[in-house]
Design a protein around this ligand. Structure first.
Ligand SMILES: NC(=O)c1ccc[n+]([C@@H]2O[C@H](COP(=O)([O-])OP(=O)(O)OC[C@H]3O[C@@H](n4cnc5c(N)ncnc54)[C@H](OP(=O)(O)O)[C@@H]3O)[C@@H](O)[C@H]2O)c1
Length: 264
């Protein structure tokens, strides 16, 4: 299904989702933004995380309101990310807080498969992410969790701890179903799980010129004692209107477990 455009039409974009899937070069300015998301091997997984945050590193107000931290350029970029991946993954917390649609309605391109991490099977079928709009929908739960979703929504039950689904197992399960280029869209806890497990090839951090001074934190990893132990990655920086995109290359610390890292 093709997304409805609400952004300023830019015909140079229209072929990009197809060209990426074909492993081909992209017209500028898209090559510098999305070229790194081209997988080099048809058997490889490409996992990209994204987070939209304020200048002071918040992803939502304390009450969980995040619509919208980012402006038009940041939202267009997010929808373009959705258009070039096979599947978009969100945690149950984001579905509860935002009731997102996860479509590409702001730009041209195909809607990705929608994947929700709902380990305890808490979500009802009325969430918009489960809307029957012709797009494939998948719920990932912990093994043994009773299924509550409608029959046409696929359920993947994974072994794990009592609360935690392993990010590498999630990527492997999606890859086995033909979903190899995956966007980990949020929220912060979900992206942090993938980052901490070494299961992201790239991370797009979109910083908006907004200061909240309070609110929900962005990425969180286990504490380190010294700055020398902080995660530093090669980064490309892009200015999108008045927002700054940090495109972090995490390929050097990609975990060997799970599917291969084939990004470039
Ligand atoms: N600024 C942004 O870019 C952005 C993007 C998305 C969302 N948000 C905001 O972020 C907030 C929600 O984010 P959040 O961090 O609280 O929640 P979240 O990451 O959306 O969801 C966390 C929940 O998802 C499930 N989950 C995720 N990863 C899992 C794993 N590896 N293993 C097992 N379960 C896993 C768990 O469900 P259970 O709770 O059922 O155990 C977990 O509590 C909202 O306020 C939303 O508005 C901001």
């Amino acid at each position: 299904m093709m997304g409805r455009r609400t952004a300023e039409p830019d015909s140079s974009w229209d072929e990009v989702p197809r060209l990426i899937r074909a492993g081909m070069g992209l017209p500028q300015p898209w090559e510098k933004l999305f070229g790194p998301l081209r997988a080099t091997s048809s058997s490889g997984i490409l996992a990209v995380g994204q987070i939209g945050q304020t200048l002071d590193g918040r992803v939502a107000t304390l009450s969980g309101h995040s619509h919208y931290i980012n402006g038009s350029a940041g939202l267009d970029h997010l929808h373009r990310l959705r258009a070039v991946v096979d599947a978009v993954v969100v945690g149950a917390g984001t579905v509860r807080a935002d009731d997102p649609q996860l479509t590409v309605r702001r730009v041209a391109g195909p809607n990705p498969v929608r994947v929700v991490l709902d380990p305890r099977g808490t979500l009802g079928g009325s969430a918009r992410v489960f809307a029957a709009d012709g797009t494939r929908r998948i719920v990932i739960t912990l093994d043994g969790t009773p299924t509550r979703s409608a029959a046409e929504i696929e359920t993947i039950a994974l072994a794990g701890s009592t609360t935690r689904l392993e990010p590498a197992a999630i990527l492997d399960a999606l890859s086995a179903r033909g979903l190899r280029r995956v966007l980990i869209e949020g929220g912060a806890r979900t992206v942090s799980h993938f980052l901490g497990a070494g299961c992201l090839d790239r991370l797009h951090v979109m910083v908006a010129p907004v200061i909240l001074g309070s609110g929900l934190p962005g990425l969180e990893l286990p504490p380190v004692a010294r700055m020398t132990d902080a995660l530093r990655a090669p980064v490309r920086v892009h200015l999108l209107d008045d927002e700054v995109l940090f495109d972090c290359d995490l390929s050097a610390r990609r975990a060997a477990a799970g599917a291969a890292n084939k990004s470039r």
